[in-house]
Design a protein around this ligand. Structure first.
Ligand code: K7E
Ligand code: RUQ
Ligand code: CUA
Length: 645
């Protein structure tokens, strides 16, 4: 019965009038449904973490079902769980330019040990206000956000080294260092504008981030990057565009050169320079925000300086490899030997060999210098070119059998090719216009293979129409056969760029179910109902409140006056999985709180008018959920009504 039903759907799709892409339905074969169907109550095989683009958040899907499991707020506020609204989470979004509750989130990186995903942390970049975040995969919570100094746009980020020694972040927009004002002509650009590559050291045990050093590069735009691995461990590769160093990127201006560069950085050598005291201290002022697991609260620290390295002075640790026309993706294969550049305007894909590159440096096979940095001869570092693969190559991922998968924006397809032979093996259309693509584990030494997911820029007619504004889209393809096979479409939250996926086993067992209230060190904790109270300190009122099925304590509060700063510190006393309580106060603009079992969260409210303000639990938690409510009496300023609860 089930398969007949499916055939009907497929037949209907083919017959659909106005279905412009004839391939759409025929590209899906009969077993696609069986391969993506995860029965109710069954778990998916993989977690898929997907960047949210200009939504600023990260979403988590199950694969192969494409089911949305969770939205993790990172660089955007999220009313659903109070991120960015609660007093505890607000410091996470502080920057040297104030509270920035939005960003453009492009890339994700799962932490690695020995070149394999270890399931500990997920790093995310903010492109606009340069920041890097760390999400803990035990709680799926954003635990840390580090602002980056001397960065004009944190696009080439976060990409990490084989053992998560560093998370690397490269500037997309060159800017004058220190961000002083400058005229915007080509001469000023060449003189004042620089790009930076930040090497963010990661603490092995805690995951804590700090800017270990920055490399100040000439004013070209760093676009994407990857760390070397295996033989190329110790190196890091960035793609660049606008090596003309033009202040305007009108095509004539910035793409006049036949080739831009891949920037190869020997970070082991950079480390030595830093150890030898050769880095320069530069004044800075950037935010480092961390969420403390014991107090369940975030704090901000301002860091005053940064160490910088200049490759025009310190030699032999930065080299350039010519790469045809406006390279975008810069990807290293699982063996660590091949580096794939993707020129957006090039009709071929150059593949470089690490061994040849190494030899070229040893032999000084340079074609010249660029701003004092040696440029290796193209042919000397080249393994070969994939000829006429498609139009507009963007990104490349790898399987475990020596094949590469490249996304082509202009021709809207995924092309599979062999890394050694450079032969094109297969191509499938994407609906429509793919940006990134992802093979689970495709950036590691051991790809899990099996699927490739396309993250598309244009959705058009793929789903029921929802007016001019449509959800963005991902597509799942099987790659375990000789030919790629389209299995599934699923909508995404925000614009998906890069994504990561990891087998569920690596995360599932360690997932925290609730917080141990005995370990809660929040300064305004109420460890039980007896500990609840209301305390006035001048015009600040602290309400120590508890929530447990099915009441809030205290539930009637009097003696608060107009203009008081009222802080409701609500502790969820439950010690059971999936029993959160919510909290909202009538007219309080700070959205709501969602308090997990064992946690304390704070909502700030400054009443502007006298009256009676109901408050209540917003999350349906028990049969008597509706009864979880209370009243706040607000009297005029100077009133003699005493504090009472
Ligand atoms: Cu190609 Cu920002 Cu990674 Cu998007 S970038 S597609
Ligand atoms: S109540 S179950 Cu408002 Cu009907 Cu929600
Ligand atoms: Cu607590 Cu609803």
């Amino acid at each position: 019965m089930k398969s007949n039903w499916l055939l009907l759907i497929i037949a209907a799709a083919i017959a659909m009038p106005g279905c412009k892409m004839k391939n759409t339905a025929s590209a899906v074969s009969g077993d696609a449904a069986a391969r993506t169907y995860v029965a109710p109550g069954k778990y998916d095989e993989l977690y898929n973490f997907v960047s949210g683009g200009f939504n600023g958040q990260v979403s988590v899907y199950g694969l192969p079902s494409g089911r949305l499991l969770k939205l993790i707020p990172v660089f955007s506020v999220n009313p659903e769980n109070g991120y960015g609204y609660s007093e505890e989470s607000k410091p996470m979004l502080q920057t040297s330019h104030g509270f920035v509750p939005w960003d453009d989130q492009h890339h994700l990186a799962l932490s690695q040990t020995n070149g394999e995903h270890d399931g500990r942390w997920l790093f995310a970049n903010a492109n606009n206000s340069p920041r890097v975040a760390r999400i803990d995969l035990k709680t799926f919570k954003t635990m840390e956000i580090l602002e980056l100094p001397n960065s004009g746009g944190n696009h080439s980020s976060p990409f990490l080294t084989e053992n998560t020694e560093y998370v690397i972040a490269g500037t997309r927009f060159s800017i004058p260092i220190g961000n002083q004002e400058s005229a915007l002509d080509n001469a000023s650009y060449k003189k004042n504008f620089k790009s930076t590559a930040s090497f963010i050291g990661i603490d092995k045990n805690t995951g804590h981030m700090q800017v270990s050093f920055q490399i100040i590069l000439p004013g070209m735009d760093l676009d994407l990057s990857r760390a070397g691995k295996g033989p190329s461990h110790g190196w890091f590769f960035f793609s660049t565009y606008n090596t003309e160093q033009a202040s305007t990127l009108l095509e004539v201006n910035a793409s006049q050169k036949d080739k831009d560069f891949i920037v190869a950085v020997n970070w082991k050598k950079a480390e030595e320079y830093v150890k030898a005291g050769k880095a320069k201290k530069m004044a800075a002022g950037y935010y480092h925000n961390t969420f403390n697991e014991e107090t369940h609260s975030a704090t901000s620290e301002i860091i005053k300086e940064v160490l910088t390295l200049d490759p025009e002075e310190l030699k032999d640790f930065v080299y350039l490899i010519p790469c045809p026309k406006s390279p975008h993706g810069c990807d290293v294969d699982p063996s660590g030997e091949y580096i794939v550049g993707s020129g957006k305007l090039a009709a071929l894909i150059p593949v470089f060999s690490y061994r040849k590159f190494e030899k070229a440096i040893a032999d000084k096979a340079f074609e010249g210098e660029y701003n004092g940095i040696p440029v290796v001869k193209y042919e000397a570092a080249l393994h070969g070119e994939v000829k006429k693969p498609g139009l507009g190559p963007l990104h490349t991922e790898f399987d475990a059998s020596g094949n590469a998968y490249t996304s082509f924006f202009v021709s809207s397809e995924i092309v599979k090719w062999n890394i050694k032979s450079l032969e094109v093996l297969d191509r499938v259309p994407t609906y429509y216009s793919i940006g990134h693509l992802m093979v689970p584990g495709g950036d590691t030494k051991k790809p899990y293979g099996k699927y490739v997911v396309a993250y598309n820029k244009i959705t058009k007619d793929r789903y029921l129409p929802t007016g001019p504004e449509l959800a963005q889209s991902a597509q799942l393809y099987a790659i375990d056969g000789e030919k790629m096979q389209l299995l599934l479409d699923f909508p995404t939250i925000g614009e998906p760029h890069y994504a990561q996926a990891i087998p569920a086993e690596k995360i599932k067992a360690q997932s925290v179910k609730f917080f141990d209230i005995a370990k809660n060190k929040h300064p305004y904790l109420s460890a039980g109902e007896k500990a609840t109270k209301v305390v006035r300190e001048g015009n600040v009122v602290h309400v120590y409140m508890t929530a447990i099925r099915s009441h809030l304590t205290p539930d009637n509060i009097e003696g608060v006056q107009v203009g008081d700063e009222v802080y409701f510190h609500v502790t969820n006393l439950e010690q059971d999985w999936d029993i959160p309580h919510g909290f909202a106060v009538k007219h309080a603009p700070n959205a709501e709180l969602l308090i997990m079992p064992g946690e304390t969260n704070t909502l700030k409210f400054v009443p502007a008018k006298p009256g009676v303000y109901p408050f209540y639990c917003t999350d349906f938690c028990s049969a008597l959920h509706q009864e979880m409510q209370g009243y706040l009496r607000v009297s005029p300023k100077g009133s003699s009504v005493p504090l009472k609860w």
